[in-house]
Design a protein around this ligand. Structure first.
Ligand code: DAH
Length: 339
């Protein structure tokens, strides 16, 4: 009987399989609940005492060898199987790549650029780290001018001549220094102010600046340009220019659009007046033209500045400016369908 078992051991050692099914058949035949090993274990009782030890050892060795063989073959066949699956069906179309979307600020900025480019404005840019001349002095805000306090400034290190621009009006100066009239340009960009962050204001935001310089440019030209813009951008056709003060324009005005009082939200965002402020504007102060080497006796012009977040909040009914900077996918994904 021991010789029989030894034959089975040799058989188990030599056993090879091409499929998991063959391994399973071998397992059932040898190790299964009605398998060969079970029969031989049952015969143990009838083995003469002096042979019991050797019989026991041989049958246990057989069991171990068979078990190891099954485990080994199973593992190698299974890993072959996964390798096969890794290649998969090579004719299948690829899984679609998840597409991102443009940020709402970029979308609105592009829209603004589009509206102004239709009436001949080009786009200009300037640096975010500015010097005192371009951000203040050239704009008729000399040192110690009280209006400098209107915008809390971030200075870079302790050098008062290096700062983060507080408005895009600095690009006006750069553009006039480098280009001769006629000038029609808009300058969108990021600006910085040392302000507390809340639902309505942030220390980093975006503005778009407009500048129009030519011979005999009038206040009426400015109003018409702004009216065209509000019609195209918001579909609203009533604006008013409320007298205001900016050091770089004279006269200066605040731009209000008539938003209406149709819905509860209209009441909320216009504080019950129907009117909404979207920016500042005015006729470029002759001092500013002189500072930029443009003769104010020959040329005149207008400028305006608006907050891009403000416009985006109005267009998309966004109640909190902080949404723009938190990168919450649930917010950003809502702009996927826009271009
Ligand atoms: N720079 C101003 C601000 O940040 C906005 C502004 C007002 C710009 C009047 C202009 C302007 O060009 O003419 O508050």
């Amino acid at each position: 009987m021991i010789d029989e078992i030894k034959k089975y051991i040799a058989e188990a050692e030599d056993f090879q399989a091409k499929t998991l099914e063959e391994v399973e058949q071998f397992r059932i035949k040898v190790l299964g609940s009605k398998g060969l090993l079970k029969d031989y274990f049952a015969k143990f009782k009838s083995v003469p005492n002096e042979l019991k030890k050797e019989f026991g050892q041989t049958i246990n060795a057989w069991k171990n060898i068979a078990e190891n063989k099954v485990a080994e073959l199973k593992e190698s066949l299974e890993s072959q199987e996964t390798n096969k699956n890794e290649w998969g069906d090579l004719t299948r179309p690829a899984a679609p790549i998840a597409l991102g979307s443009r940020h709402p600020i970029s979308l609105v900025k592009n829209q603004i650029v589009d509206v102004f480019s239709r009436i001949g404005f080009n786009v200009s840019e300037g640096p975010e780290i500015e010097d005192d001349w371009h951000n203040f002095t050239a704009l008729n805000l000399p040192e110690y001018h009280p209006a400098r306090d209107m915008q809390d400034t971030f200075f870079v290190q302790t050098n008062p001549d290096v700062l983060l621009r507080t408005h895009t009006s600095s690009v006006q100066v750069r553009y006039m220094e480098e280009n001769k009239p006629p000038i029609r340009t808009i300058s969108p960009g990021r600006v910085f102010r040392n302000e507390a962050i809340s639902a309505r204001s942030h220390c980093i935001f975006h503005q778009v600046e407009g500048l129009y310089i030519d011979k005999e440019v009038s206040f009426a030209d400015m109003k018409q340009t702004l009216l065209y813009f509000t019609k195209e951008m918001f579909g609203k056709s009533k604006i008013r220019l409320r007298p205001s003060y900016f050091p770089f324009t004279e006269p200066s005005a605040e731009i209000d659009i008539y938003w209406g009082l149709k819905t509860e939200t209209d009441y909320k965002i216009t504080k019950g007046t129907g009117w909404l402020e979207i920016g500042g504007c005015g006729m470029v102060d002759p001092n500013v033209l002189t500072n930029c080497n443009i003769n104010p006796k020959e040329y005149s012009g207008f400028a305006f500045g608006m907050g891009i977040e403000r416009i985006a909040m109005l267009l998309h009914q966004i109640g909190d400016i902080r949404m723009f900077y938190e990168n919450d996918m649930r917010f950003l994904e809502q702009f996927k369908s826009s271009f």
